[in-house]
Design a protein around this ligand. Structure first.
Ligand code: NAP
Length: 296
């Protein structure tokens, strides 16, 4: 059955991604945007005219009331609270919402090796829950995969630590991976909501370019030729092994999570190169430049 999406509820609108997605949804002029936020959260910076509704994620009634009249939910909720989305999905079904886009926006969870990673356990559980509910209710879903956030990862010195003279590169540093700016994720989300039939009950793949750590380092050398750039190679397997030991000891901080994320992004077996399957054209994502050859 065909349907259009006009009323869009956004959860987690004030976060890293939400600050880009929310204004983009509003400025597209295609949607009425309602922001769901927890009591006491800051709403500073939200675009003017956006409706803000406070919700209590532990109250089904609060969530259902907040979703009344909405056609879609875009969840941008922080990873640590991913399981909160199960209540949001239940409320969406009860309120008659048609599309749910869970908070993913990263690695290719359709890849078996990535799907088995312990850091994606809650995201996978959310996907499984949506797939199950889509079989028995009117709720549909779209999973959004964009691999690494290019801008966020560069600012956070996550892919390459530009503050160091000896930044770490994984193995040879030449492994290609897809990367996407948060603006392109936002543009792609507009595309998903404008194409509900084509994006129903499936994953969409979006990227701006395929790059590598060495390619990014080459750009850094061009920008700062005055600095020392002497990358040090580390084996990705060794990094992950240390992270596994930390996890076994119950330590679940970013030092533990980071190597698993790096594996999902750049390990050639983890499906982090999207060339050949991207939905950029359908979703109106322009993309940038691709490097076509690599060797390791
Ligand atoms: N691919 C990548 O490289 C990459 C990088 C970063 C993030 N991501 C993904 O992008 C998505 C959004 O991440 P983000 O960094 O934008 O998130 P974030 O800034 O950490 O948080 C987003 C929002 O989550 C809400 N929130 C926080 N704690 C909550 C709780 N206990 N219950 C319910 N809501 C809660 C808050 O909204 P309110 O206070 O308004 O309720 C917050 O503004 C995640 O799925 C993340 O994994 C991907």
């Amino acid at each position: 059955m065909s349907y259009t999406i006009k009323n869009v509820a956004v959860a987690g609108a004030g976060g890293n991604l939400g600050k880009v997605v929310t204004p983009t949804l509003v400025s597209s002029g295609k949607f009425n945007v309602r922001v769901l936020t927890r009591q006491g959260s800051s709403t500073a910076g939200l675009p003017e005219g956006v409706e803000v509704v406070e919700v209590d994620y532990s109250s089904p009634a609060s969530l259902q009331a907040a979703l009344a009249g909405q056609d879609a939910v875009v969840s941008l909720i922080t990873t640590a609270a991913a399981m909160t989305q199960l209540a949001l999905i239940d409320a969406a079904i009860a309120a008659g919402v048609r599309r749910f886009v869970p908070s993913e926006f990263g690695s290719n969870l359709a890849n078996p090796k990535t799907r088995a990673s312990p850091v994606f356990k809650d995201k996978v559980a959310t996907e499984d829950y949506l797939v199950e509910k889509a079989q028995t209710t009117n709720l549909t879903y779209t999973f959004f995969y964009n691999n690494a956030f290019l801008d966020w990862a560069l600012r956070a010195n996550f892919i390459v630590d530009f503050t160091q003279p000896n930044p770490q590169v994984l193995d040879c540093g030449d492994q290609p991976f897809s990367a996407t700016t948060m603006q392109s994720v936002a543009d792609g989300l507009v595309g998903v909501l404008r194409h509900p039939a084509e994006t129903e009950n499936r994953a969409v793949y979006v990227h701006d370019l395929v790059t590598s750590q060495n390619r990014l380092l080459a750009l850094a050398r061009q920008v700062r030729p005055d600095r020392t750039w002497a990358p040090e190679s580390v084996a990705l397997d060794d990094l992950v092994a240390v992270a596994e030991q930390r996890m076994a000891r119950g330590i679940f901080d970013f030092e533990t999570i980071g190597p698993f994320l790096k594996r999902a992004i750049a390990d050639p077996e983890c499906g982090g190169v999207f060339t050949g399957r991207v939905d950029n054209e359908l979703l109106g994502v322009k993309g940038r430049r691709t490097i076509s050859s690599w060797s390791c």
